[in-house]
Write a protein that binds this ligand. Structure first.
Ligand SMILES: Nc1nc2c(c(=O)[nH]1)N[C@H]1C(S)=C(S)[C@@H](COP(=O)(O)O)O[C@H]1N2
Ligand SMILES: [Mo]
Length: 421
């Protein structure tokens, strides 16, 4: 076989490419420094016997990771039981949000429910009203799906200009976990739907008694009555022992501590879909029922809470993207405020209505950067700039801000939230 033919050439080409990439990565490390005590000295942890297998019956992160936590914004938190905290997106990688870091949004604090005393009732326009115990529900067929949940208010504080300094605060009202649950369709069919059954009203068992109107097409399509997240029972913060999963739709509809589903023939127009979660336009009209979350993305590193600490040279930029309408086949990234766009490298599973991970590796020359990412979803929709959004929606909105985010990075690698126009 000659050098130029057959798979061996391809293999050789591959190896060369591999070596080049290896070289680039190695340039990020330092040459061996004689006398580095981290190499030459016995470290404390090499000189004692560690905790035994009985010390940590439920595991937790290293103490060196204690800065990785949900945080709230003081001026948004007048009252902690009706408030929100934020997922530390800049500390995470891949697409799954660890259970203990999922942002929380509740209107009446966390209900602590004894599952033995919990019931799910189905009533209204059904053939036979039903009440299920948790044991009853465990006998339905179940499914596993990874979905993002984004509060419609995520990035809401950024409508009129750059405000909060960190993607945790600007974009952290989102989490992405694998749910185990029962297709809602199966539960509704068990009760039997009357012919005029067109809407459902899920209700929470928390003190806020949260309710939202959900159209029947969605209820019968991909909604789940979930009891597990990332393999274990839901956390109390996320609605233990039952929550409604409404894939791709605004977080407010994902009723936690789910206790009842009323079936009706029209929407109820309760508080959360009238005075809240509607978008006030420039002409004084308000958009009603903006359920689907538009495609959106954000660069998580570098970002204000995650500056570039290594100086110039090989730099890994990463971020997340999602769409309530499908998958994200493509994300574009710019490091010069939009003069040049580069296609980012998508990595990890590409699942519908789930977060996607992207990377863009580049050589930083040490000059200031304007970082932006722009998501394309599987319907062909492209994430708009903030100016484009404001053209259509005016400046009164809070909810449904999916505009392109900009981070300015200075020569020292310090990043801050800015807007370019
Ligand atoms: N019962 C109940 N369900 C609820 C809420 C609530 O306060 N009570 N908050 C809603 C809102 S506004 C959002 S954004 C999501 C937040 O879900 P999380 O706390 O798992 O992040 O739950 C929704 N479901
Ligand atoms: Mo929300």
């Amino acid at each position: 076989m000659t050098e130029k033919s057959g798979p061996s050439t391809t293999r050789r080409g591959f190896l060369k490419a591999g070596l080049a990439a290896g070289g680039a990565v190695a340039s990020g490390g330092a040459a061996y420094a004689a006398g580095d005590p981290a190499i030459t000295e016995l470290q404390p942890w090499m000189q004692y016997l560690g905790d035994g297998v009985d010390a940590r019956p439920y595991g937790y992160p290293s103490e060196f990771e204690s800065h990785v936590k949900r945080r709230n914004v003081e001026w948004l938190t007048a009252d902690t039981v009706s408030s929100v905290n934020f997922t530390p997106l800049h500390e995470l990688d891949g697409i799954i949000t660890p259970n203990g870091l999922c942002f929380e949004r509740h209107h009446g604090g966390i209900a602590e429910i004894d599952p033995a005393q919990h019931r799910l009732m189905i009533n209204g326009l059904v053939d036979k009203p039903l009440v299920f115990t948790m044991q009853d529900l465990m006998r339905f067929p179940r499914e596993n799906h990874v979905y993002f949940l984004e509060c419609a208010a995520n990035t809401g504080m950024e409508w009129r200009g750059a405000q909060l300094n960190g993607c945790q605060f600007t974009h952290g009202m989102i989490h992405n976990v694998m749910y185990t649950g029962i297709p809602l369709k199966l539960i509704l069919e068990e009760a039997g739907l009357k012919t005029n059954a067109k809407w459902i009203l899920p209700e929470g068992a928390d003190a806020s008694g949260m309710t939202r109107s959900v159209p029947m097409e969605k209820a019968l399509d991909d909604c789940l009555v979930a009891f597990k997240m990332n393999g274990e029972m839901l956390r109390p913060e996320q609605g233990y022992p039952l929550r409604l999963v409404v894939p791709g739709w605004e977080g407010n509809m994902w009723v936690k501590w789910l206790r009842r589903i009323e079936v009706g023939d029209k929407p109820w127009h309760h508080r959360e879909e009238t005075s809240k979660y509607t978008d006030l336009l420039e002409n004084g009209d308000a958009r009603r029922f903006t359920w689907e979350m538009d495609a959106k993305s954000v660069i998580t590193n570098p970002s204000p809470q995650a500056p570039i600490l290594h100086g110039k040279g090989h730099t890994v930029l990463t971020g997340v993207a999602w769409s309530g309408r499908g998958t994200i086949p493509r994300v574009d990234v710019t490091i010069d405020g939009g003069k040049n766009w580069h296609q980012a490298r998508m990595d990890g599973p590409s699942l519908t209505k789930s977060m996607h991970r992207f990377y863009y590796e580049f050589d930083w020359d040490g000059s200031p950067l304007l970082l932006q990412s722009r998501a394309h979803d599987s319907t062909g929709y492209v994430q708009p700039t903030k100016d484009e959004l404001r053209k259509f929606r005016g400046e009164n909105s809070i909810y449904h801000n999916n505009g392109i985010q900009t981070w300015y990075v200075n020569e020292k690698g310090i990043a801050e939230n800015v807007e370019v126009s």
